[in-house]
Design a protein around this ligand. Structure first.
Ligand SMILES: CC(C)(COP(=O)(O)OP(=O)(O)OC[C@H]1O[C@@H](n2cnc3c(N)ncnc32)[C@H](O)[C@@H]1OP(=O)(O)O)[C@@H](O)C(=O)NCCC(=O)NCCS
Length: 262
């Protein structure tokens, strides 16, 4: 078991602000009340929302859909708008301005000057994490449905780097394949805006983890500049609404002597 599941009734919700065409209910942004203490990195802001799948969603007058999504499925439009609304709420808490990021090249959100952040959505839940660039160079967050045994058997060979699974208990395999997958997605979202190149799951390996919400990814390949093999990225993980939630925060400080970035 990782951190205890959180039940919707436990969450301190606030009424979602009215926004035409946005089937997003409710929006909650008091993460310290329902996430482990150190999940939200220092001085960052996080917002989460539940949204209705299959409901038509044009984005709302305040969050227009980008041209790329005009022909997208209802689900895709709904998740995009929900993610942007979370980003806007988190940005309002961080900067005092209700901005939201446009969609940039390769889908990377274009954050306002002085801000880094990340967005994820899964199964009707959306979440956004933002922080200031004087504290963080990159942030990555990812929500995933826990893997079944079948999924972990199917996806394990794609997700796990060579040797990554060797010491793992077979009974924990679905959890660990899911954790490796989600942590690597978080790493990709945090690093892509810095390295400006795509990389796959073999680029990093999960070298430490526990059931209390901590893990470490280690880079296996060079991504240019200071992003060299051996660099360690601390990961936090927890349960959120029955889903697995991971995040990575890359500090603005130079890479430490231990090769760790946070
Ligand atoms: C882009 C990717 C990370 C999205 O992950 P996902 O599980 O499909 O979806 P999520 O809901 O968790 O995240 C989607 C959000 O990620 C963000 N995102 C997408 N591409 C991104 C990029 N290049 N850089 C940063 N953030 C990105 C976007 O905000 C997107 O939501 P939006 O399109 O509504 O704005 C994934 O599809 C992908 O391409 N991964 C690359 C392979 C990989 O992870 N390798 C591991 C490296 S060790």
């Amino acid at each position: 078991m990782i951190n205890a599941p959180i039940h919707p009734g436990d969450l301190p919700h606030e009424a979602a602000p009215a926004a035409a065409g946005l089937p997003v209910t409710p929006l909650c942004h008091a993460p310290q009340a329902w996430l482990p203490e150190d999940f939200v990195p220092s001085a960052c802001q996080l917002a989460a929302a539940h949204f209705a799948l299959g409901t038509d969603c044009q984005g709302g007058a305040d969050i227009p859909l980008p041209a790329e999504l005009e022909q997208a499925s209802r689900q895709r439009r709904a998740e995009f708008a929900a993610g942007r609304r979370c980003a806007r709420t988190a940005l309002l808490s961080l900067t005092g301005r209700p901005d939201y990021p446009a969609m940039g090249p390769e889908r990377a959100p274009l954050w306002p000057t002085g801000v880094v952040g990340s967005i994820s959505h899964c199964r009707g839940h959306a979440i956004a994490l933002v922080g200031a660039t004087d504290r963080y160079r990159g942030l990555g967050i990812d929500l995933e449905q826990p893997f079944s045994t079948t999924q972990s058997e199917d996806l394990g060979p794609l997700v796990l780097a060579r040797g990554e699974s060797a010491p793992w208990d077979a009974a924990l395999h679905p959890f660990l394949v899911g954790l490796s997958f989600s942590a690597k997605e978080s790493l990709f979202k945090a690093l892509f805006p810095l390295v400006r190149r795509r990389f796959d799951f073999a680029a990093a390996e999960l070298i430490e983890w526990d059931l209390q919400g901590h893990a470490v990814l280690r880079l296996r390949i060079s991504l240019g500049g200071e992003w060299q093999p051996g660099l360690r990225f601390p990961v936090r993980h927890c349960r959120f609404q029955g889903l697995l939630l991971t995040r990575i925060a890359i500090s603005a400080s130079p890479v430490s002597a231990r090769g760790s970035v946070a």
